[in-house]
Design a protein around this ligand. Sequence first.
Ligand SMILES: [Zn+2]
Ligand SMILES: [Zn+2]
Length: 295
Amino acid sequence: MARTPSLGAHVSSAGGIDKAVDRAVDLGAESFQIFGAAPQMWKRKHHPDEDTESYRQKFTQARLKSSFIHAVYLINLASPDDELLRKSTDTLTAELDLAARIGADGVIFHVGSHMGSGFDHALPRIAAGMREALDRTPDDALLLLENNAGAGRSVGSTFSELSAIMNAVDNPRVRICLDTCHAHAAGYNVATIAGLKATVDEFQRELGADKLAAIHANDSKTPLGSGRDRHENIGQGTIGVKAFRRMVRNRLFRKAAWLLEVPGYEGNGPGKADVEVLKSLRDDADVPDVPAPSG
Ligand SMILES: [Zn+2]
Ligand SMILES: [Zn+2]
């Protein structure tokens, strides 16, 4: 029987979207995440049917647990600008369409920034954009709101804001992707036993245990509550390896697919060793040695 949670990482889809599955297998990943298009550009990448079909075949053959698309970073459903909201909604729709084509479990996206207009003004606009993207796409793929680090005017750094969005959208396809680095930067102290318990309790109260579908498993370079989003390798940051051991065994966090978005112990993004550390935290009683930070 497969262990829970499934553990994996973000992988490149360069050279054809199906190549991402090969890379996930090479890492020993059980779940993985990709970009469906260049994350800093509005331009969509064309994926031929041949590649999307190959993705499905490889995914099934490798007996992987789940895959997700991380939407482009430019999407901003919280924007007071109508043109940006339209572009964001269309792009989110395209990401969900691609997820349905390759059989991915869902699309993870950042809600965006209200740019000074305030959360209350942004909320109905976010909900309308999400509802439209969901209505225009097949039922197969989930739409995951990612919590953010809490900088400036960004939306969705607290569970209560994410809950307000979920309630406003009111669609069964909406889930949460919890980034551990962002949560810690936003003031959720997942590094300590008491802090993790408080975080889990608040998540269950505000959102519900069944709503957590993915974890972005990232340590943090910045202190608790910094509001700054700087990912660090597991065990080399302010959250620490013992905290990740508690999280990977936590009954709430175990329900989700774990995806690393770290610089990597070798500095080339998440690698085999990074996935191995998560697996040893899940599977063994002892906390493993983590490579020392390179400085
Ligand atoms: Zn993200
Ligand atoms: Zn981040």
